[in-house]
Design a protein around this ligand. Structure first.
Ligand SMILES: [Zn+2]
Length: 303
């Protein structure tokens, strides 16, 4: 079975909630809603045509429920998780979902993580690569890693669309087109530098978009970010190969106990296809587009 681990789902009421809170303090663009019945059926048809048996659902760039107001973040996270779980319950053989967290509020995120995994039956945790411009590899997020490691869980990272906070990217309008792959690269580097995979070895780490630039930089990483220089437990290329996605269609990951537990024998396959922002085909109508159009919307909204 082909499992598309990178599928985005944006119910109307969740987007309305995000519009009220402004995730990450950033303005939102014109995001499509993807929960009307016609769109759900179109998505299922696209999956069928592409031979995709199952999708893992999460919010696209800029749609995580992150805000400094803890109450609003909690409300938005609970809403999107409930809505995702409802779709999964309708089509349990077609969809699974990742828990969205009300970051940067760690205690609240731990509670929502527990609710999502235990009560809603979600298969992993979605974290955007930064929350309010703080890398999720920073120390204040470690309680989340501790808990996910204890559960032998899975983290699906996703860019947030901030152009790695660099005006060299954002001022030129490349936050979506290129900045997202740089975010993927950055989280892989941060995980390596903070030794998170070796500290929390029971987690399956998924970095989308083929791991950004990492596959092109393995030798340079070993040469110029050496084990000895940075007191690493292994060469950076080894960590990167274990922890990030590799080329399309041959990507391999450790089987996630959480995914296996919830999804039954169909997830016993070890090969998965990691798609870029998970549209199975582009649509002509932005208002009904899948996530690839979402990313374009984000780019245009920033440029
Ligand atoms: Zn995406």
């Amino acid at each position: 079975m082909i499992i598309d681990m990178h599928g985005h789902y944006h119910p109307r009421s969740y987007l309305e909630a995000l519009a009220r809170i402004g995730p990450g303090g950033r303005p939102l663009g014109n995001h499509p809603e993807t929960d009307d019945e016609a769109h759900i059926q179109e998505r299922l048809e696209m999956m069928e045509q592409a031979g995709v048996g199952m999708q893992g659902l999460s919010p696209a760039a800029g749609r995580a429920p992150y805000t400094g107001d803890e109450g609003l973040a909690i409300g938005a996270a609970r809403l999107v998780n409930d809505l995702d779980a409802a779709l999964v319950n309708r089509y349990p053989d077609k969809f699974k979902a990742y828990v969205s967290l009300p970051l940067p509020h760690i205690d609240a995120s731990l509670r929502e993580l527990e609710r999502g995994l235990d009560a809603l039956g979600m298969v992993g945790v979605n974290m955007h690569i930064s929350a309010l411009d703080r890398s999720v590899a920073e120390d204040e997020f470690l309680p989340l890693y501790e808990e996910i490691d204890r559960r032998h869980g899975m983290i699906f990272y996703h860019p947030c669309g901030n152009g790695i906070c660099s005006p060299l990217i954002t001022d030129y309008g490349f936050s979506g087109a290129v900045g997202t792959s740089m975010e993927d690269t950055v989280i892989a580097l941060h995980l390596i530098a903070k030794k998170i995979p070796s500290r929390y070895p029971n987690i399956t780490y998924i970095i989308p978009h083929l791991g950004g630039l990492i596959p092109m930089l393995l030798q340079r990483l070993d040469n110029q970010f050496s084990m000895g220089q940075h007191n690493l437990p292994e060469p950076p290329s080894v960590t990167a190969r274990r922890s990030t996605t590799t080329p399309l269609a041959t990507a391999r990951m450790r089987r996630s106990p959480a995914l296996g537990k919830r999804s039954g024998p169909t997830t016993s396959c070890r090969a998965v296809i990691f798609r870029c922002c998970s549209p199975l085909k582009p649509t002509r109508e932005p208002s009904r587009g899948f996530a690839r159009r979402d990313c374009r919307s984000r780019t245009s909204s920033r440029s």
